[in-house]
Each structure stands twice: as C-alpha cells, then as structure tokens.
Design a binder for this molecule. Structure first.
Ligand code: NI
Length: 394
C-alpha cells in the first residue's frame, strides 16, 4: 500500500522537519515581508525531485507535483508569516529577529507541508493527479496574502484544497474537523458623529456628539440581541470611542470604531445596512450628521462537508476515533477562506498543546510554543488524505 510507505517515510524524516521548524522559528518575518522565509522554503523544495517551483508573489512560494498519471488536483496550503511580538520563551531556538516571533505556529505549518512535499515528491511515478503546495504569505495582516496568490493564478485547475492550523489549547494527539462554518469574517467599521460644539454650561444650544454617540453604542448592541436570530452568532463590538478634550467644552464630533464578526456571508451584508440605519436614525433624531464606513475583512471560513469527511476518515484510520474531535466554530478569522471561495476544501486543527510539558500558552502570546510531536501527526493526516482524495476518481 502506497499510504503505508508514505507514513513510514514521514516518520523517518521527523527530525528533519523539526529542524526546518526550528530554523524558521529563529528567523521570523512579518506579513508581506517574508523574503528570506520564501527563499528558504524555495531552497528546501529545490532539494526534492519532480517539483515545479515558482514564486507567485515576491514572498510566497508554490510547488507543483504533477503525477505520472492524470487525475485530480489537490492543493495543500501552509501560511508562513510571523507576528510583531517580542518572544519570551526560554527555548534554545528563540527568535533572532527583534520584534518578530512565530507566535501562531506558522513555522510548524510550513515545516509540516515541506515534509509532505518531501515524502510525496519521491513517489511522483505512483501518483495520479497533482498535489500543489501553496506556501502563503501574510495570513496575519488584512487584506491577507491568499487573495494575491489567487489573483496570481495558484488555484487554476485545482479541484480541492486542504490546510491545517496547529492548536496549543488542544492536547497533542487530537485532530479536529468541522463541516460548515468554522471561523468568522472580521469586518471593521468606523463612525464619525458631527454635532455642534460649544460651552458645556449651555448644552441646550449645542448638539452633544458624546450623548448621541453613547446612544449609538447601546443601540448597536440591540442588533445583536434583538435583530439577529439567537442561533446565528454575531459579534458587534465598539472598541474605540474618542471625543472631547476638556471638562467645559461639548466637543464638535465623536468617533467610534469596532469589529463585526459573523459566520454567514448573507448576515454580513444585512448587518452592515442595519448598522447604518441605526446610526442614521439616531443622529437625525438629534440633529447631528454622520459618516459611516465599513471595511470587509476575510470571508467567513466554511468547510465543505465531503472533503471534511475525507480528512475525518484519514484521522480515524491513522489514530482511531478517539483522536478525532469536532471543532467548535469561533469568531477568529483566517484567509484560508479565500481559497475555499474558489474550490471546496477543509481547514482542520492539529492539537499541539501539552500540559505536562508546560506547553499551555495561547496563540499570539510571547511564550507561545508547540509540542513538536504535532508536526508528524500533521504530515500523516495530509499524506493519508492526499492518497484518499487522489485515488477517489469520482
Ligand atoms: Ni495562525
């Protein structure tokens, strides 16, 4: 069986994969600046046979492994960027870059997918179809790297895509999937309320932008609690409210800003319109005027049921039903959703925490790290899924 040989070879290169991860961890680069990271990935890929390697954008890398026989095209994505965080771990391979750290595990994603590429590239003669490795820049910074890579053509002729995120809150050994919505759209809004400023002793002669802004804040909460169905998750948080400069002046204007997050594309459009309606109604009622802007972030991440089932089967084949868990959707975001808007696919989670070893810090924390045992688990799930997907000719 091909899959058994692939798994044996993955185990054989585990330490090499760990070494790639540690090198990347020592040399983090921020979103859209992953020049040396992309050079390193390209260099490692060039040491494997049969790959067609390209740079779709200056800091991303793609490698195509076209099998000896024709068949379907499966893309595997790893994100490669780091975060603007000063590392505070006591690892032997801490970040050598000031103000940059792989604090989300993207170093592990990159190393895992490099390992998958190494194992599969040696078996080009036995493959029917194509495996396309996508090393994506700038997941952490909107507008994100995914859409640039898609514009550069990386998804042409792709039939399905899979990707994974390491998860430090989940113990190593567990692997999670979910069909349907998994992550939210992180949209941003800004509101300016223009009133009429003047002496605070004569409020009746002015238009108080702070009082009106406060009503806007509370009425926006009404949308969450009384407009949207209780079963449809929505976050609408005002996270900035700026106005005024001293005790005896009613300020001319107030500015508000915040985030809107939901799991359904249709709700996203609807809520933008309703928000503006609330702002318009309240400001007009009090004689003020407003400006409202709404920026769309990444799309909600929605997994395809049939590809999710293939990954779930791969996990249970490898590690048994106890290893598999169902991901609870949450309101964070990932621009893997951009690929899922092109083709069906699924994003799964690989447990990388280990309470006994003290690997307990959350993602984006200066002490974040992973249990490196998760890298081999990730490789195995990718390899087993790839074989299942390419052999299934329906
Ligand atoms: Ni991440």
């Amino acid at each position: 069986m091909l899959v058994e040989r692939l798994l044996t070879e993955a185990t054989a290169i585990e330490q090499e994969v760990v070494a790639w991860r540690r090198y990347l961890h020592q040399h983090p680069e921020l979103s859209f600046h992953e020049h040396k990271t992309a050079d390193y990935i390209e260099k490692v890929l060039h040491s494997f046979p049969h790959l067609q390697i390209s740079r779709p954008t200056p800091t991303s890398v793609m490698a195509r492994l076209v099998g000896a026989q024709s068949g379907k095209v499966l893309a595997i994505r790893a994100d490669i960027d780091a975060l603007p965080i000063e590392e505070e771990t006591d690892l032997q391979f801490t970040s050598q870059a000031t103000g940059a750290m792989h604090a989300c595990g993207h170093d592990g994603h990159t190393a895992t997918v490099l390992g998958v590429a190494k194992v599969l590239s040696a078996h080009q003669a036995e493959l029917a179809g194509e495996v396309r490795f996508i090393f994506q820049h700038a997941e952490e910074l909107p507008p994100g790297g995914a859409r640039e890579m898609i514009a550069a053509g990386v998804m042409e002729n792709v039939d399905a895509i899979i990707g994974a995120h390491l998860q430090s809150p989940i113990e190593v050994g567990k692997v999670g999937v979910v069909a349907g919505p998994m992550l939210a759209s992180p949209d941003i809004f800004n509101i300016t309320i223009h009133g009429k400023g003047g002496h605070a002793a004569e409020p009746h002669t002015f238009i108080d932008s702070i009082a009106i802004g406060s009503q806007v804040v509370t009425n926006l909460q009404h949308l969450v609690s009384r407009y949207v169905k209780p079963t449809e998750p929505l976050v609408l948080s005002v996270t900035q409210f700026n106005a005024g400069f001293t005790h005896n002046v009613i300020p001319e204007s107030a500015t508000l800003g915040g985030t809107v997050r939901c799991l359904q594309p249709a709700l996203r459009e609807d809520i933008r319109k309703q928000m503006e309606q609330v702002v318009k109604g309240i400001t007009e009622a009090h004689g003020a005027t407003y400006e409202f802007s709404y920026q769309y972030g990444y799309a909600p991440l929605i997994n395809d049921a049939s590809i999710t089932a293939v990954v779930a089967e791969a996990i249970t084949d490898l590690y048994g039903a106890d290893a598999l868990y169902t991901i609870k959707p949450n309101m964070a975001a990932d621009d893997f959703s951009a690929f899922l808007n092109c083709v069906p696919g699924t994003y799964f989670n690989i447990g990388a925490g280990n309470k006994e070893k003290g690997i307990v810090y959350p993602h984006h924390h200066p002490k974040f790290t992973i249990d490196e045992g998760a890298l081999l688990i990730g490789m195995n799930v990718f390899l087993a899924t790839t074989v299942k997907f390419l052999q299934n000719t329906n």
